[in-house]
Design a binder for this molecule. Structure first.
Ligand code: DGJ
Length: 731
C-alpha cells in the first residue's frame, strides 16, 4: 500500500519505491509538511514540524499566531492572515476583503485516481496508483479545499491537485489558486529551469537559490518558448548520477508560475500553479474550481533518475494516444521544402520520391486552404484551395495513398486572419478589448475559445475536413501569443477568468478530436516548441520541438527537453542545409542521428537534394526501424553535454532488460592533436558482456561504466557516430 495514515500521531505517509512523503496535522488542524526524500521504513514522527519551538504555538498563546503562521511548513498556504511567504490561495469575500485559513476536516484514501474535470491529468489503474484526498475547510467562509495526492509507487511520482468548493452563502473571488507547495529546510539548494526563445527552446539553466523569491512564469497565454512550467531544486554537487533532486512539472498549457522562495529561517517554499497575474475566478455558492495537476518527483540518484522517472511516468500515465507505444510513420513535411509555394503536383512528386526512400507519410503544412499564399490571410477559412490542390483534398489524399504513403495535414484552429471570410462574418469572435485596436502578431488574431459557439464552430470546421478524406495525422499549430484579453461575452466580474477559460476551450477541442478520431496521430506545435507541456501530451503523443532543425542547435534543445520528456515525444526532422534558421552546414548523417533521438522525419525537398543524400535517406529509414523500439521505450542516460563542455555531446538509450544499448556521440568541434575521447557510460549491467555491433569487440558492462569507452578519433566538426551494444547471452 502506497498511502498509510498513522492515527495516533496523525501522520499521512506516502511511500514510493524510492521515496517517502509525510504530512502532519497540528493540534489546531493546520496541515503541515513534515518530510520528503529517501524512502523511510519503520515508525515516522512529526517533530520536523517544529511545533514546540516556543513561542510558535497559536492555541496556547494567540498573541503568537502570526509568528506560527509565518514559519509553519504548510501543505497549502493561504494568504491574508499571517503567512508572509508566497501563498497558494488568495480569496476575497463579498466585501472585497482577502483572507482565508484552512483546517483539517476529514480524509479519504482509495485505490485508483479520479479524472480532473475539463483538464488533462495523469491516469492509472487501481493497482498502479493510490489517492489521498484531504478535506480542509475555512469555517468563516464556508469554503472547502480538497488536496489530492495521487501516489504512483513504481515511478516515484506524486501527482497533486486542488479543488476549491464554495460551500458558504456568499460569493467568493479566487485571486490565486496554485496547485502545489513544498516547504522544506534549505540545503544550499540550486534551482534548475528551462529557458529560451523561439528557435532556442528549453535550454537548461542552473543557479544558486538566494534569499527572496526566484521564479519562472508565463503570462503569454501558453506555456511558452521563453520559460517552462518546470522547476527542480538540487543539492550542491548534484549531477546525472548523484545528488538529491526535488522536481515539479505542471500539467497545464497556459499561464503558469513556478517559484522558489528562501526565507528568514533558511527554509524553502516551492510553489507551482496558474499564474496569478491576470487570473481570477468567481465562485458563487455551490460552485467549485479545479486547479490543474502538478507532477512531483524526488530522486536521490541525481538528475538522470529524475529524467527516467518523468519519462516512465509520462509514457505510462499521461500519453493516451494509440501511438504511445507504437512506431510512428516516418513522415516528410513540406514546410521547409516549399513553404507556401506548392500545388498538388509538387506534393505528389515529393510523395513518389519519398516512397522510394522508405518514407511512410506525407504531411501537407500551412498554405492549402482559403487563398493563403502568404501568412496574412485565410486562417479560419478551412476550405481547400482548389487553385493549388486541383480536384480537391480527397483526390490528393487518395493519390498519395495510391503511391503508398499515408497523409497528414496542418491546421491552426485557434486563429483568425483579419483577411478571412470568418472574420468578415464574425469580427467579434477575435479576442479584443473594447474600442482598442487589436495587437497584430503574424498578421492574425486569436479566437475567443471561452465561447462555446466558437469552440463548436472550430471543431466542426476541422472535423469536416478529417471526415472527408483518409487523413491519419494532424499538426495542430498555434503561432501567436494571447493579447487583448477581452471577450464580448464576459462581464467585468468574470473577465479575469478569460486566460484560463481559453485553455479550457482548447482542451475541449482536442478532447473532442481524439474522441472522434481515436486513430489519428496528433502532433501539437506552437511556432516550434512554444506549447510543449504535459497538458498537450495528454492529447498528442508528440509535440514539435522547435522550428530550429539545425542538428547542433537541436543538441541543446533536445537535451533540455529530454531532461523531462520521453524522447519519442520530441518532434525531430532531418532538414536541408545550409540550415534555414542558422545557415550552418552539417553532415547529413549527423542530422539523421540527432533526429533519431526524437520522432524522426524529414523536412526538405526530396526531389531536389543530391542523389547521395537520397541514398542516405534509404539507409536512415532502415536505421529508424531498427532502433525506434529501443529509443521509444528505453531508459535515457545523458552521458555528456555539449552545453557544458562546448565540444561534444553524448547520450544513450538502454532497453529495460539491459540487453541493448544505443550510444549517440556527436563531436561538435574538432580539436588538434587529441587522443580518443573517453566516455563513462551508464545503464549497463555491470556483470554482463556486450558486443559492439559491427566489430569483434566484447566489453564488460562494468568496464564501460567505470573504466570508460573510447570513441573513434573523428576528423572534422559536427560529425557523429552511433554505437550499438548488444549483450552476449553466454559470456
Ligand atoms: C510554425 C511551425 O512550427 C512550422 O513548422 C510551420 O508549420 C509553420 N508554423 C507554418 O506556418
Amino acid at each position: 500500500m502506497a498511502i498509510y495514515f498513522e492515527e495516533q500521531k496523525k501522520i499521512f505517509e506516502f511511500h514510493t519505491t524510492n521515496s517517502t512523503y509525510l504530512i502532519g496535522i497540528a493540534p489546531e488542524g493546520y496541515v503541515g509538511h513534515i518530510y520528503y526524500g529517501e524512502r523511510l521504513s519503520g515508525r515516522t514522527d512529526n517533530y520536523l514540524l517544529r511545533m514546540e519551538e516556543i513561542p510558535f504555538t497559536p492555541s496556547v498563546n494567540k498573541r503568537e499566531k502570526l509568528g506560527f503562521l509565518d514559519s509553519f511548513p504548510m501543505e497549502y498556504p493561504t494568504g491574508g492572515i499571517g503567512d508572509f511567504r508566497e501563498s497558494c490561495l488568495n480569496v476575497r469575500n463579498e466585501k472585497g476583503q482577502m483572507g482565508s485559513e484552512l483546517f483539517y476536516v476529514s480524509h479519504e484514501i482509495y485505490d485508483g485516481k479520479k479524472k480532473l474535470e475539463g483538464l488533462p491529468a495523469s491516469f492509472g489503474t487501481k493497482e498502479e496508483v493510490q489517492t489521498l484526498e484531504l478535506l480542509l475547510e475555512d469555517p468563516v467562509l464556508g469554503m472547502q479545499v480538497v488536496l489530492s495526492y495521487c501516489v504512483f509507487e513504481r515511478e516515484d511520482v506524486i501527482a497533486r491537485s486542488v479543488r476549491i468548493v464554495n460551500g458558504g452563502s456568499e460569493t467568493l473571488t479566487l485571486e490565486k489558486a496554485y496547485s502545489a507547495c513544498l516547504d522544506m529546510d534549505n540545503e544550499a539548494f540550486e534551482m534548475i529551469n528551462l529557458c529560451g526563445a523561439w528557435a532556442r527552446e528549453r535550454h537548461i539553466q542552473r543557479g544558486a537559490v538566494r534569499c527572496g523569491k526566484q521564479s519562472v512564469s508565463s503570462a503569454r497565454g501558453e506555456s511558452s518558448h521563453q520559460e517552462h512550467p518546470f522547476m527542480a531544486l538540487v543539492a550542491p554537487g548534484t549531477d546525472q548520477q548523484r545528488g538529491k533532486v526535488y522536481a515539479m512539472h505542471f500539467v497545464y498549457s497556459g499561464n503558469f508560475l513556478a517559484q522558489v522562495e528562501l526565507n528568514q529561517f533558511d527554509s524553502i517554499r516551492m510553489v507551482m500553479g496558474i499564474n496569478a497575474e491576470q487570473f481570477g475566478w468567481v465562485l458563487s455558492p455551490g460552485e467549485s474550481f479545479q486547479a490543474p495537476e502538478v507532477i512531483l518527483t524526488y530522486s536521490g540518484e541525481g538528475l538522470g533518475k529524475m529524467s527516467r522517472s518523468f519519462h516512465d511516468f509520462y509514457r505510462n500515465h499521461m500519453i493516451r494516444s494509440v501511438y504511445n507505444h507504437k512506431k510512428r510513420p516516418i513522415l516528410i513535411n513540406n514546410w521547409e521544402a516549399t513553404y507556401f509555394d506548392f500545388d498538388n503536383e509538387k506534393l505528389l512528386q515529393i510523395a513518389r520520391e519519398a516512397k522510394r526512400c522508405g518514407i511512410e507519410m506525407l504531411v501537407m503544412d500551412d498554405g492549402w486552404f482559403g487563398k493563403r499564399n502568404v501568412d496574412d490571410n485565410s486562417l479560419g477559412d478551412w476550405v481547400v484551395n482548389e487553385e493549388k490542390i486541383k480536384g480537391g483534398l480527397k483526390k490528393l489524399v487518395d493519390q498519395v495513398n495510391e503511391i503508398g504513403l499515408e497523409f497528414g495535414i496542418w491546421f491552426e484552429p485557434e486563429m483568425i486572419s483579419p483577411d478571412s471570410d470568418l472574420y468578415r462574418a464574425h469580427p467579434d469572435w477575435a479576442l479584443q478589448i473594447n474600442k482598442r485596436e487589436g495587437t497584430m502578431c503574424r498578421n492574425q488574431y486569436v479566437l475567443d475559445l471561452s465561447r462555446k459557439e466558437i469552440v463548436d464552430h472550430v471543431y466542426e470546421a476541422v472535423a469536416k475536413i478529417l471526415r472527408g478524406a483518409n487523413i491519419r495525422y494532424v499538426k495542430w499549430d498555434m503561432n501567436r501569443l494571447l493579447t487583448d484579453l477581452g471577450s464580448a461575452h464576459l462581464d467585468a466580474a468574470h473577465h479575469q477568468e478569460l486566460f484560463h477559460r481559453y485553455v479550457l476551450g482548447l482542451y475541449e477541442l482536442q478532447e473532442r478530436l481524439v474522441t472522434e478520431f481515436p486513430g489519428l496521430l496528433l502532433e501539437n506545435c506552437s511556432g516550434g516548441g512554444g506549447r510543449f507541456d504535459p497538458g498537450m501530451l495528454y492529447y498528442s503523443p508528440q509535440i514539435w520541438c522547435s522550428d530550429d532543425t539545425d542538428a547542433i542547435e537541436r543538441l541543446v534543445i533536445q537535451e533540455g527537453t529530454g531532461l523531462i520528456y520521453p524522447l519519442a515525444a520530441m518532434g525531430a526532422h532531418v532538414s536541408d542545409c545550409p540550415n534555414h534558421i542558422v545557415g550552418r552546414i552539417t553532415p547529413f548523417e549527423t542530422r539523421g542521428h540527432v533526429a533519431l533521438a526524437g520522432t524522426f522525419g524529414y523536412e526538405l525537398d526530396i526531389t531536389k537534394i543530391p542523389d547521395e543524400q537520397r541514398v542516405m535517406i534509404c539507409e536512415q529509414t532502415k536505421m529508424y526501424h531498427k532502433y525506434n523500439d529501443l529509443v521509444r521505450e528505453g531508459d535515457y542516460y545523458r552521458i555528456a553535454s555539449y552545453r557544458e563542455n562546448h565540444k561534444f555531446d553524448a547520450w544513450a538509450v538502454v532497453s529495460k532488460d539491459k540487453r541493448e544499448v544505443l550510444l549517440t556521440y556527436v563531436q561538435v568541434l574538432a580539436e588538434p592533436n587529441k587522443r580518443s575521447r573517453k566516455l563513462y557510460l551508464q545503464g549497463f549491467d555491470a556483470n554482463a558482456y556486450y558486443r559492439l555491433e559491427g566489430t569483434e569487440r566484447v566489453y564488460s558492462g562494468g568496464m564501460l561504466m567505470y573504466g570508460g569507452f573510447l570513441t573513434e578519433v573523428l576528423e572534422g566538426d559536427f560529425v557523429s557516430r552511433l554505437y550499438h551494444f548488444v549483450r552476449e547471452e553466454q559470456a
